[in-house]
Each structure stands twice: as structure tokens, then as C-alpha cells.
Design a binder for this molecule. Sequence first.
Ligand SMILES: Cc1cc2nc3c(=O)[nH]c(=O)nc-3n(C[C@H](O)[C@H](O)[C@H](O)COP(=O)(O)OP(=O)(O)OC[C@H]3O[C@@H](n4cnc5c(N)ncnc54)[C@H](O)[C@@H]3O)c2cc1C
Ligand code: SF4
Ligand code: SF4
Length: 1008
Amino acid sequence: MMAVEDILDSPRGGETSATTLDLDRPDVAAYSALASELRGRVDGDVKFDEYAQVLYATDGSIYQARPAGVVVPKDADDVRAAVETATSHGVPVLPRGTGSSLGGQTVGRGCVVIDFTKYMDDIVDIDPEARRATVQPGCVQDHLDAALADHGLKFAPDPASSNRSTVGGGIGNNSTGAHSVRYGITDAYTEELEVILSDGSRIHTREVVLDGDEYDSILAQDDLEADIYRTVRGLVENHESEIENKYPSLKRSVSGYNLQKVIYENDDGEEVINLSKLFVGAEGTLGVIVEATVSLVTKPDETALALYCFDDLVEAMEAVPEALEFPVSAVELMDDEVFRLARESEGYAEYAEPIPEGAKAALMLEWDDELVDDFEAAVADTNAHFVDAGAAFDVLEAYSEESQGRLWKLRKAAIPLLMSLEGDPKPYPFIEDATVPPEELAEYVQKFEDVLEDHGTSAAYFAHAGSGTLHIRPILNLKENEGIEKMHSITDDVTDLVVEHHGAFSGEHGDGMARTEFNPKMYGPELWGAFKELKTAFDPDWVFNPGNVVYRDGPSDPGPDSDRGVGADMRENLRYGPDYQSVEPQTDLDFSDEGGFSHLVELCNGCGTCRQTDSNTMCPTYRASKEEVQTTRGRANMLRAAISGELPEDELYSERFQTEVLDLCVGCKGCQSDCPTGVDMAKLKSEVKHQYHQKEGTGLRSRVFGNIDTLSELGSKLAPLSNVAAELPGSRLLMEKVLGIASERELPTFSSESLEEWFEARGGSSVSPADARGKVLLFPDTYTNYNYPEPGKAAVEVLEAANVHVRIPSDLEPSGRAAFSMGMLDTARDRARHNVGRLRPYVDDGWSVVFVEPSDAVMFQDEYLDLLDGTAVELVSGSAYGIMEYLDVVRADDHLDFDAPAETLTYHGHCNQKATNKDHHAVGVLRRSGYAVDPLDSSCCGMAGSFGYEEEHYELSKGIGEILFGQVDESPGDVVTAPGASCRSQLGDRPGESRPPHPIEKLADALD
Ligand SMILES: Cc1cc2nc3c(=O)[nH]c(=O)nc-3n(C[C@H](O)[C@H](O)[C@H](O)COP(=O)(O)OP(=O)(O)OC[C@H]3O[C@@H](n4cnc5c(N)ncnc54)[C@H](O)[C@@H]3O)c2cc1C
Ligand code: SF4
Ligand code: SF4
């Protein structure tokens, strides 16, 4: 069997030695010589095929350009080899972190992308005394912060994307976040770097005293490094007055190169040159960073927030400079469009609830305990200023972590809320981080509104008002020429405005393809010329990320044999555009709520949240593999390429697409809730798998797993013989050979008495319906019924103890979950129809349908509504509950007496229930019964029904499981409990561990 890497590595269409490179649509074969040379020199992964090109063709921006291929280096030597090899083939190089950039600086036509996130993501050293940390470039910022927290330290720049963005990418973009008012931006903290230059040499950048011995010895080297030092010093000295005039005096200005910061007086009063400052914000255009040493700040222990509400946006803007007079650590803005969208959204409405009617804008001020001693007194001061004597009409104060968290949630909801707008017009980022001095904000905003009005569009306003950065995303349709021309014209007008107001075109996200075109306007001809000279000094052949930050003026410009770096028209390389077309497939499932299949696919904007690994459910497969193809983003990009003609016709139904792109999605539904725009990959996968089965037929194993109930019934009838048979020597290998079931897995054993038989044998419910508090149909799911009936028995015991009448219906079919996951939608629908038909009369008569197995409960609650239409399914779906959910919702435990063992339970919830916001119930009920509970912030367990049993998925399943095991090991709990049958199998497969109980079993144990 081939590993994903091997498959990705094998170029489609074979290798040729062709040398003509088409940069618009790089031909895989044209790069075969480069690819094989790279494979010979690089220890890490080398991926040169069409899938890799598609996966790395986009980032968080509106742009798309296919690279030649991707190198995933293991160390700095790999990086050097990649740079040397690529440049010797005349192919540009593009370093990349998470690819969450918004300006298009992480995509490049025909480049070799160097992806640092898989192997080069370590923290090399933390020196708490010196307050410094050294990291590899792919280190995720939040991972660094987590390690620093033990020392009471943090890395000050805090982009909103810090849970997946890398330190290398933050340096590349000169990133910053809500606290730039207090801490400034990344260039202030980047002290020393190890960098691979365009000739493959490695340099160490640090403070070098001008004209000191060290400086002289560098210059005496007579190499590229010496040339760079000479040129940079010359540029700074020759353009001193223009540097003084043209760089805005702002907390954040990240357009162009940092010529104003590279020579400075250090803490010892010496005049030093530090090239590190130039690499910050250079967007990978000057060299490739292989190690970074950054300085750190102390981490405040506590903070407080106050949200001032204004009935006019401009009045809120006018209050910003006044807010900065107070000792605040952040000043953030939200407008009424953000409030409106939040109120209308299911996920965010609760956070918008406290915002008073009539608030057109709100300023959120934050204080920390390093700045003020008494939060309430500090807030009283600002209240007196803004409410009693100022234009704010109301204030919300937040002191607890929870209440502050809610306000930050609302503030951070702006982008996801805006991006999930239905239809083609979307609020796109292209001039979204222009920055002006805070005292000019009010006038700037008024004029910005005029620009929008002139172009017949609108926008929402939010973000970092305190440092003069407003995120303004005009709503445009970039699938039409008109929208694209408007984008260009708006940018032209707004950049004029920004210059007029002494601002920067980018105060946060960098130049990229969106803003580089306009840099000459901001810096004028003299500095623009200096930028080009600087670029040529570092990178004589313009091999590093050409066309970003700086560009060549025309083909006559000096340069080798390509048009590399010529021009930078923001209208080129767009992800969408007038030629973009997607085929809306005829779908079996109902995608009307999502605006159609292709709209759901296109909702992925590349933000990279599915690459975060520390909380929520999304995306377990990426967590275990660190492969872009195994992120929700990767899958969505591949689907979009397939439906828009980017990939060959019918690629969607190719074996390769199925195995690499779709089959590795475990269908946990995590993305349905955790993706900010709600890309529901589990649903998309089921639909495409269904279409695939229609075309190619359904394989034996899928049919076996999709109909597992029939086999389980037989197994149960033949137990214990069936259990012995499964353990006979050779039987596992046989199953691996015939069915592709991993021989390493222990198969579930069969119970000789099914749950239904047990229930019948005990004479049904002991609570008569007439006296009962409620009536429950307990769904006999396949696993509980035939394999492990104990949780079902416990459910009956607890329900009856709460005086609920229970019945186990014998005329139902399995929920169809297994069939649905495998894309056997006809089978799933038949089952749904059958079950809904049988259950409707009961539901009309006041019965609830209760499930021990969470995936079956969610199948009824969610997927049935995609499979069937009409009142019957809505009613049945609305009456379906997980067992713990039911007990919580009807407060059944109020009627129970408990004497719970003095235990702490480690609770691993089910991913399907997390995705549908049903997972909290179990924790509440268990706690009320007397247990201490440690709920894990865990993802999918990796079994995902049949996934973990499948031979080719065993390793990935185990890898995902290991992450969960680590969390379990770290938990202080005495006993692990998990509602999912698959999760219990995975947890029970740990060496020396037994299958953990279902929470309902723990609740039954706690009954007095
Ligand atoms: C929803 C959302 C919110 C965001 N919020 C913020 C915010 O609050 N503040 C902010 O500043 N940004 C923000 N961003 C933009 C982006 O996330 C940040 O700039 C982030 O720091 C980029 O990190 P990354 O790992 O994704 O870098 P990438 O996007 O992969 O790379 C960024 C740049 O750095 C270069 N680069 C990467 N690695 C290296 C290296 N080893 N050597 C040299 N160059 C390198 C790349 O070539 C590229 O030009 C946001 C983006 C999104 C989608
Ligand atoms: S799938 Fe969702 S979370 Fe992932 S990049 Fe796309 S929009 Fe962002
Ligand atoms: S369903 Fe789960 S595994 Fe699949 S893409 Fe979404 S989060 Fe990842």
C-alpha cells in the first residue's frame, strides 16, 4: 500500500525532461528534472504533482496561483538544498507557514513552496532570564505562548490567527494583533535570525555595531552577505531624508521594506545595523528564515474590559484618540453591521444579546494589571469621560474571564460572520487593514464611506481602532468583471485617502498581491527605487516570492530570462474572476440551506482555522498527519478544483481522489461547527461518495459495513461461537485479505443475548405508562443491541428510576449512520424513511426517541433532515435525544437520588454531538449526580465507525487516537468515560486498558 506522501509524490502523466515552463498553469511533467533532483537532495517530502499544486495554490486571500511543487523540509540543510536546486533550475522559491495570509503573499505561480509546518516547528530554546526564545519558523505562535506561560512570559504580537499561524509567517508579515497599542508589532521583537540567502549561503542576522570589528570582518568576506550589508547601509544613508518623510509614524505600518528600522541605536547607545528587522515584513522576498530568536514580554495576570456604545460610528471614531489617553492595553471597534449579523446568527446571537438597541458602534477598551492596580477605578475614570461627559450612551463592563471572553468572542466573530454571507457578493479582503493615525480616523472613515457610496457598495467596520487599523471589507462580486474593476478602483481611491491622511496601505496583513501594486504611491519614486535596489542586493535574480512588496516596472528591467516580478496588478491571479465557473452537481442530499453544493465548497476562504490543533474538534486528520490534504481546507480546495475545471473532468470520481481526498475524512462533523464559515465536509463527502458509488458501484467492504446490523444480528445469534471464530488463528488475516479489515484491530465481540432479548425477558418496562413522568422509545442501535448491551441496560435502569416508561421497539431499522458515512445514501434514506414512518405515530402521542449511541442520535437530529423532507421527519427529528441529553433536558435527574462514588471522571465527548452542540448535557448531568468531571477538549477518537477498522486507515486512526490518549493521560480523572461506542473501542484498545464505560453506566452506578 502506498502512503499518502508516496502517492502525492508520484507525478501524474510520468516524468519528462521538458524544460519549457508555463507559469500560468505549471505542467507537472515540465518540472520532472527539478523534482527528481530535489528528491535526491532533500530528506523531507517533495511533492510535485497536480494535487500538491492545487493544495498550495491558495491561502487566506482572494488569490490563487499554482506553484510548481512543494518541499517540506526536515532541517536547514533541506532548505538550503531546496533553494539551491530551485534557483539552478530558474524556478522561484516561496517560503510558507500556515498560509493564512490575506494579501496573497503565500501563493506564487510556478514557485517551489517550502512548507515549514510539518517538521520545522520546534521550540529550540527558551531563556527566561534573557527573555528570549529561539524557534524554528514553523512553530505555531500559540504553541510558543503555551510553553512561555510557565515562565510568566509571552510573545507579544498576537494576531487573531495565532492558534495556527507560525512565528516564521508572523515575521514574514510583521504581524500584530489587538494589543499593538501596548506592545507594537513583530519587528520590535525579532532579534536574530538564521537565514538562507538566494545563493544558498546561510547567514546569522543580529545587531552588528557599525564600523566595529564584526562589521569590518563581514565586509571583508567579499560575498553576498557583505554586499547586502554594504547596500543596505548605503541605501539608508543615501535616502535618509526621504525615509524620514515617507514612512508614516504609526504603531503599525507594514507596507514596503523596513528601511527605517534596520539601523538604530541599541540599548547600549551604539549605532547598529540589524538585518533581522529587514526580513520582518519582507514576505519571504529577501531570504528564507530557518531559525528565529525573538524577545519576550511578561504576561499580565488579569485584565478587564469595558464596551462603550455610541449611536454614531463617526462619534465612536472621534473618541479613539481620547481612549488612548487612558492606560489601556487595547482599543477595538465593532459596528452595527457586526451586531446585526451576530444577532441573526445561531452561533453568535447570545454574545450580541447584551448590546443595547441603537448602538451604531462600540469601542472596547482593555486594561491589564501591569498598567493599572484597580480595574474598577480605571473603568470609573473612562465611564466619567465617555458616558457622563462624552458621546457614549451606554457601557458594558466585564471583569470575569467568562464575561470578557464573551465580548472578545463577539469582536472576533466579525470576519466569520461576514464571510458566511450567502451568495456571490462577499466582503473580500483587499484594502482591509489600511491604517491612519488614530486622530485622523473619524475623517478618514467619513471619506471611506463616500468611496464606498461612489462604488455602490457597503462594508462593515471593525478591529484595532486604537492603532488606527480598521478592517473594512467592501462587499463585491469578484466573479464578475464589474466587481473586479470596482475592487481596483476602490483600492486606488482608498490608497489616495490613506496617503492624504499620512497612513499605511497595510497596518497588519502585508502587501502581497493585493497591495504591492500601490506601494510606489505610498513611498514615492526615490524609495521605490531604493526598494528595488535592496531586493536585487539580497536576491539578484529575484527568485524569492517575486511580485510581492516590490515589482519590476517592465520587461526591459534587468533580469534573467523570465518575467519574474514584473508588474503587480492586483486584478491578476484571482481565485475567482469572470472566467471562474463551477458545475453545480445534481445532488442527492438537500443543500438548499447551504446555498447549494458548490456554494458550500466555496465557503472555504482559506483562513486555516482547520489547521489549529489545540481545541475543538476540527480537524482530527490534520492533527495526526500534518498534511495539507488532510485539512478541511485541503479537501475543500480539491473539491473546488474538481467542480470548476481546475482538475481534469471526472477527477472527482477517480480512485485517487476518493482515497486521498475523501476517504481520509473521518466524517466527524467537526468542521460543521468549528469552521468559521461552516464548511460541512462530512456532508460534502457523503454526497460525493454517493455519486461515486452510483458510477463505480459499491465495494464489498462498504456494503458489509453499511449493512453491519444484519451481520451483527447473525453474530449475536451465533455467539459465543461467532466470538471464538473471530479469534481463530488466521481469521484476522483472512478478514484483512478479503474485507480490508486491519488485522491489528480486535473486532467487537457479540453478546449472546441482545438488548432487545434482555428487555423482553425482563417483561418490558417496570414503570407503567399511566403513572410515568415520560414515555421513551429506546433506540436499539446495532452496537448496543448486539455487541455491548450494558449501556442500554443502564439507560433503562436510570430512566425507570426517574419514573419514565421505556419501550424498545423491535420494528425499527438501523439509523443509517454507517451507510450515510460511506455515501450509501439510498440505503440511508430507506432506513430514515422506514424509521420516521414507524416513529411518527409515537411522537404524535408524546413519546421521545432516545439513543445510547451519539452518532445515531445525531443522525436522526441532523442528517435525516438532509435525507427527507416534510413534517414527519421534522417531528421525529425534533423528538430525538441522546440519553444524557434527554435526562438533562427533562431534568430527569431532579427525580433521582444519587450516591456517586468519590471519583473524578475524565469525559471524552462524541465529535458528532460536539458538532451539533449536544455534548454539554452529559457533563451537567454527571456533575449534578455528584461526580467531579474533567471534560476533555478532545477531537474525534479516530475510530469514526468503521474508519479505524479499515486496513489502509489503521495508522491514521491510531495516530488520531494517540492524541486522545495523551489528553487522557494528562487528565486528573480516575475513570475515563465516553458515550461513543467507537471511542470506547479505541480507548479500550490501549495496552493494559479495558473498554471504558458509557456515561449512562456511570450514572447508573451513582444511583442510590
Ligand atoms: C481570520 C484571520 C485573521 C487574521 N488576523 C490577523 C491579525 O490579527 N493580525 C495579523 O497580523 N494578521 C492576521 N491575519 C493574517 C495572518 O494570519 C498573519 O499574518 C499570520 O501571522 C501569518 O502566519 P502564517 O503562518 O499563516 O504565514 P504565511 O501566510 O504562511 O506566510 C506569511 C508570509 O511570511 C512568509 N514566510 C513564511 N515563512 C517564512 C520563512 N521561514 N522565511 C521567510 N519568510 C517566510 C511567507 O512567504 C509569506 O509572505 C489573519 C488572517 C486570517 C485568515
Ligand atoms: S475549511 Fe473553514 S476553517 Fe478551514 S480554511 Fe476553509 S474556511 Fe477556514
Ligand atoms: S468532517 Fe472531521 S475529518 Fe472531515 S474535514 Fe471535517 S473536521 Fe476534518
